[in-house]
Design a protein around this ligand. Structure first.
Ligand code: ADP
Ligand code: MN
Ligand code: MN
Ligand code: MN
Length: 338
């Protein structure tokens, strides 16, 4: 019987990239090959030269449709010479991984997001007129007054597991309607592949629940936590110790010009989120420390105790492109440790 392949790719939307998808029906036994789309509708081409090539790079079972149906994540190529499209950030991550593969870079990304009630435009759990009680009881909370949208989160986690994604956990976050899932630990390219597919599954499943998912960095101004994509990172040397490799990685991230370069790549609106309050360091200051949630980079306490492990870059926004973040972190740390 024929089956469906959902082709997905990352578009050229500014300032935040979005995932797009369309369905191809394939004959039984046929493999999903290269395809194309109208780049003039996704900010990726002009109307008079609109074709962009879809090149499959990662495939998994489609947990929503089931059966033989599949999800096919693609990179975008220029038809003229099949070189990477200017918006193809995966190619940059792939080059970075190829260059430093001997150091075995590994990532875990914590994707925070906010469920938005389309009727009010406010986060789920915010009353139509006024505000919920201040932050405190919501993080990892239980109970209908604290928690909004758990059915969707459970569905999403099951879908990620069924698709074979490296999902490593979920939790309710500090602001009502705010949640997190984690992808990892996997390599520089795989973490972006799995995170983008996990985002797709989340947005797609949320359609059924009549809620919108926002990965905006600061969806509620004022005394409410922003949404980040904490980036946990290690190399083989950092995982094996001694501790000097952990310190060297932090120092590499703080080297001249690096903090500014990273902030520029970590997603739009980062100045609004990294204010120095709400468990962040300011965007224009760099620091690292053990267990310090007010630092740019946190060294987990177990890592300090055991003298080996990984570091957490707390700066990337929820709306960052994971390929851009993973490529830059790999280049900065592996480049310094090489
Ligand atoms: P937090 O305590 O900051 O909330 P989480 O438990 O949400 O941390 O996320 C930690 C992430 O770090 C997970 O995705 C996990 O897979 C990842 N991780 C664990 N070990 C490593 C490692 N050695 N290198 C990189 N990432 C790792
Ligand atoms: Mn977390
Ligand atoms: Mn979190
Ligand atoms: Mn974290």
């Amino acid at each position: 019987m024929a089956y469906r392949a959902e082709y997905m790719w990352i578009d050229g939307s500014e300032p935040t990239r979005e995932i797009r998808s369309k369905t191809k029906v394939l004959a039984d036994g046929a493999e999903p090959g290269t395809w194309g789309f109208d780049g003039s509708s996704t900010n990726q081409a002009d109307g008079d030269n609109s074709d962009v090539v879809l090149n499959p790079v990662f495939q998994c079972p489609d947990p929503i449709r089931g059966g033989d149906d599949v999800l096919v994540l693609c990179e975008t190529l220029l038809p003229a010479d099949m070189s990477p499209h200017p918006t193809n950030t995966r190619a940059i991550a792939a080059a970075s991984l190829a260059k430093y593969a001997d150091q075995e870079p590994v990532f875990g990304l914590e994707q925070e997001y906010t469920l938005i009630n389309p009727a009010t435009g406010w986060p789920a759990g915010f009353p139509p007129n006024g505000f919920p009680a201040p932050q405190g009881p919501y993080y990892c909370g239980v109970g209908a007054l604290k928690i909004h949208g758990r059915d969707l989160i459970e569905e999403h986690t099951s879908a990620c597991i069924a698709a074979g994604l490296a999902i490593s956990g979920t939790n309710a976050e500090v602001m009502p309607g705010q949640w997190e899932f984690q992808i990892g630990p996997v390599d520089t390219v795989t973490v972006g592949d799995h995170l983008w597919v996990a985002r797709y599954l989340l947005f797609r499943l949320a359609e059924n629940h009549g809620v919108e998912v926002s990965i905006e960095a600061k969806p509620m101004p004022g005394d409410w936590n922003g949404a980040g994509m904490h980036t946990n990172f290690s190399t083989k040397a950092m995982r094996e110790g001694p501790y000097e490799h952990i310190v060297a990685a932090c120092e590499a991230m703080g080297a001249l010009g690096k903090p500014e370069q990273h902030i520029r790549a970590y997603g739009v609106g980062i100045e609004d989120r990294l204010t120095g309050a709400h468990e962040t360091q300011r965007y224009d200051q760099f620091s690292y420390g053990v267990s310090d949630r007010g630092a740019s980079i946190r060294i987990p306490w177990q890592v300090a105790k055991e003298g080996k492990g990984y570091i957490e870059d707390r700066r990337p926004n929820a709306n960052a492109d994971p390929y851009v973040v993973s490529a830059l972190v790999t280049d900065t740390i592996c480049g310094a440790l090489a």
